[in-house]
Design a protein around this ligand. Structure first.
Ligand SMILES: Nc1ncnc2c1ncn2[C@@H]1O[C@H](COP(=O)(O)OP(=O)(O)O)[C@@H](O)[C@H]1O
Ligand SMILES: [Mg+2]
Length: 291
């Protein structure tokens, strides 16, 4: 399915413009939404999950506004909000049975089968007896995904699912997302660029409510091809260089700064052109290194 975000703006009552006239097309597969804290990711995901109304604009599913038949759209949705607290006293089976009822699955047999199916996909079959309060961060996130998969939704929205996971759990979780995403729409937000490497063919970069890039992950790197430079500069010259070029990274060796920057031509004597990484492309689109 194809989801279209059409002229979407959102201003909260305090006057914050969280999204500023956003237009993007989300094809099927795993789609990445990247941006720093405050970029507007949660705001957009909540609108895609139809729990928040846009101030203006529309969301379309295969060309039809979702507001035309909201009940039908919601039936197709699975949503894992940011910082979800699951019920610590329950085990995974009890938790999912409860959620299945909330999702409107009525038949007892169907609930049992559906709960088993989702536990298996999430790789929690051996963790059924434990209370959720005893789960690790990675297991909790997979329990959250199991919940989002109840009822076999075609569209799955996950908000910053990798925050707080250790590297191994993170990889396990991303592989799970990648394997689920084959014939579905999975929309995933993150502020960690490496989360989208290898699992999101298409991405959107948000910065302060504006879209900075939308398209393929490969195209992101291409967008700064032949424009990335590396230079060893004198201590204290970082600020000056940042005024003339977009700096994507600064590292220090014995106090001597080494910068990576994007510019059409060399901006500092001794600069060497280097191949860009996805991280360079992201930092560039997000306006350069912070500060
Ligand atoms: N309920 C709210 N009321 C007022 N402002 C909000 C609310 N939720 C988010 N914002 C503001 O909207 C902007 C985008 O926030 P958010 O969508 O949470 O970004 P992200 O998920 O990328 O961190 C931020 O400036 C944030 O402070
Ligand atoms: Mg957020």
């Amino acid at each position: 399915m194809e989801i279209t975000v059409q002229n979407i703006s959102k201003s909260y009552t305090k006057g914050v413009l969280a999204l500023d006239n956003l237009n993007l097309t989300i094809p099927s597969g795993v789609y990445g939404l990247i941006g720093r804290n405050g970029a507007g990711k949660t705001t957009l995901l909540r609108m895609l999950a139809s729990v928040l109304t846009p101030t203006s604009g529309e969301i379309l599913l295969d060309g039809e506004p979702i507001t035309k038949n909201l009940a039908a759209y919601r039936k197709m949705l699975g949503y894992l909000p940011q910082n979800t607290k699951l019920m610590p006293q329950l085990n995974i089976v009890e938790f999912l049975e409860y959620m299945a009822i909330l999702k409107g699955i009525k038949d007892k047999n169907e609930i049992r089968m559906e709960v088993e199916r989702c536990i298996e996909i999430a790789g929690l079959t051996n963790e059924k007896k434990k209370r959720l309060s005893k789960y690790s961060g990675g297991m909790l996130r997979r329990a959250g995904i199991a919940q989002a998969l109840l009822g076999d939704p075609k569209i799955i929205i996950v908000d910053e699912p990798t925050t707080g996971l250790d590297p191994e759990e993170r990889l396990h979780f991303l592989n799970l997302i990648s394997s689920i995403g084959v014939d579905k729409n999975i929309i995933l937000s993150t502020h960690i660029i490496h989360d989208i490497e290898n699992i999101c063919p298409n991405v959107c970069i948000l910065n302060k409510g504006k879209m900075m890039y939308s398209g393929s992950t490969a195209g992101m790197v291409d967008s700064i091809k032949d424009m990335l430079w590396s230079a060893e500069i004198n201590a204290g010259e970082e600020t000056e260089l940042k005024k003339r070029a977009v700096v994507t990274n600064v590292t220090y060796t014995y106090g001597k700064p080494n910068v990576r920057y994007v510019a059409k031509e060399s901006m500092y004597e001794g600069s060497v052109q280097i191949p860009p990484t996805l991280e360079d492309a992201y930092i560039y689109a997000a306006g350069g290194v912070a500060r």
